[in-house]
Design a protein around this ligand. Structure first.
Ligand code: SF4
Ligand code: SF4
Length: 242
């Protein structure tokens, strides 16, 4: 069953990625500031929409893992908050509660890579190749000389690379060298696992069913959000088209 295989692979993929991030956090004290996010800026303002785009071949699996998390961990109060977030049609991610991610352990891979990851992979399809988006959150903006509400993208030069590892030290304009995680191999793996065909209606139906269970009374709102934001179109006969 491809969906199950993909879910297992994606969970393992994220765990491996997170281990590399923890090595990076030990090496580069600057990123400690991000671990105490005071703002949630990355998750708002339409910058990093959790829905991602059609460029993400695993959007179904990403949603699946987050909805499973919601179903198994959210209180009724949190589910109500999620519905309020959806109905408000705000530009922020629907899972951002205050300035915190409410699905943090299950968040999408796209959410995990920012702000300390860079890819040197030649394909620009899934990741900003060779570029680093410098965040303008209150924690990190002063370190990067970035103004509030500004997203600065730089192409840093590599100064050194940890042997056998994925940590690279780069030079950014107007700041000291900083250690990052080179995500090139992760991007290659992500691409190599990407399903070549569009998902079946049955798989999307299963996702909508999970949304119904995860949302409790607000399941309908979650289902509608998925249908509208993911471009799923339900036909009068009940089938799904893309
Ligand atoms: S970069 Fe800033 S806004 Fe984004 S998660 Fe880190 S501390 Fe929070
Ligand atoms: S899922 Fe969490 S980390 Fe990702 S954009 Fe939403 S609030 Fe932010």
């Amino acid at each position: 069953m491809q969906l199950l295989d993909n879910l297992n692979w994606l969970k393992d993929f994220k765990e491996r990625f997170d281990k590399d991030v923890s090595l990076l956090l030990k090496k580069e004290p600057l990123w400690e500031k991000c671990r105490n996010c005071p703002d949630g800026y990355c998750c708002g303002h339409d910058i990093y929409p959790v829905t991602m785009s059609y460029l993400n071949p695993f959007r179904l699996e990403e949603w699946w893992l987050m909805l499973e998390y919601v179903k198994d961990n959210f209180t009724e109060g949190q589910k109500k908050q999620l519905v309020r977030n959806i109905l408000s049609k705000r530009p922020d991610c629907i899972f951002l509660f205050g300035n915190r991610c409410s699905v943090h352990p299950a968040r999408a891979w796209a959410c995990r890579v920012h702000p300390y990851t860079i890819s040197f992979h030649p394909s620009p399809d899934y990741f900003p190749v060779g570029k680093l988006a410098l965040p303008s959150c209150p924690s990190l903006a002063p370190a990067f000389g970035v103004k509030r509400d500004e997203m600065l993208v730089q192409s840093p030069g590599v100064l050194s690379r940890e042997e056998g590892g994925r940590l690279v030290q780069v030079k950014l304009k107007k700041r000291k060298p900083v250690w990052l995680l080179d995500a090139s191999n992760y991007v290659k793996e992500f691409e190599s696992r990407a399903p070549s065909e569009e998902r079946t209606a049955a798989e999307w139906e299963a996702l909508l069913d999970l949304a119904g269970k995860a949302g409790s009374k607000g399941g309908i709102a979650l289902q509608l959000y998925l249908e509208q934001m993911q471009g799923l179109k339900r036909q009068p006969d009940g089938s799904i088209r893309f």
